[in-house]
Ligand binder design. Structure first.
Ligand code: MN
Length: 215
């Protein structure tokens, strides 16, 4: 359940309810994530969440509203749990794609490395905690790096839940639903997490999110 603030107060939170273009070609994440996985994950799963959100808001006061507004309203109303789940999954996936970049193209900057060492003790400890969050999320869900104030931390959420809080914002998302890795890694969730963290993260995007949300 989100405690996201209403989007009009935070102008960057105006995501349209649509399937965004991917920031890279479908085969650009190979060999870590195959084009086949992207075809299903983006083309079928993500697209289905978009279509369901549009269907559930059509003809209501939420039709045409930004995704963040739909999430806030739906999270506050238990009868709109289905809408919340679909809208949050649209948001989470759109954010997840931006967290990824073709193999080895983006290295963490010295400033980001220093920030992570300050908040977690070492890069290894950060990596270990992030993998552990993904591995201990029982069933479907997400592993996150979030910022609260000026402090980074790691958490996990079940199913569609996002990590927005009054002062907490996501800076990195890792999808640990089986559809994110099963075609490429079958049951080996840890191998997927390790390969993505070590090769595919768009650390420039992560650093920009830290700058945007830190206080
Ligand atoms: Mn997914």
């Amino acid at each position: 359940m989100t405690t996201l603030k209403l989007p009009e107060k935070q102008p960057w939170m105006k995501t349209a309810v649509e399937l965004p273009e991917l920031p890279w070609a479908k085969n650009a994440l190979e060999p870590v994530i195959s084009a086949n996985t992207i075809d299903f994950h983006y083309g079928k799963h993500h697209n289905a969440y978009v279509l369901k959100t549009l269907e559930l808001t059509k003809g209501t006061e939420l039709e045409g509203q930004p995704l963040e507004m739909i999430m806030v309203v739906a999270a506050a109303d238990p009868s709109k749990k289905g809408l919340y789940n679909n809208a949050a999954q649209v948001w989470n996936h759109s954010f997840y794609w931006k967290c990824l970049a073709p193999c080895g193209t983006v290295k963490p900057s010295d400033a980001l490395k220093a920030k992570i060492e300050k908040d977690f003790g070492s890069w290894e400890e950060f990596r270990k905690q992030l993998i552990a969050a993904g591995m201990t999320q029982f069933g479907s869900g997400w592993a996150w790096v979030v910022i609260d104030g000026d402090k980074l931390s790691i958490l996990k959420t079940p199913n569609a839940d996002e990590p927005w809080g009054e002062t907490q914002a996501p800076v990195l998302a890792l999808d640990v639903w089986e559809h994110a890795y099963y075609l490429d890694y079958q049951n080996k969730r840890q191998a997927y997490l390790e390969a993505v963290i070590d090769n595919l993260i768009n650390w420039d995007f992560v650093e920009k999110q830290i700058e945007l949300h830190k206080s």
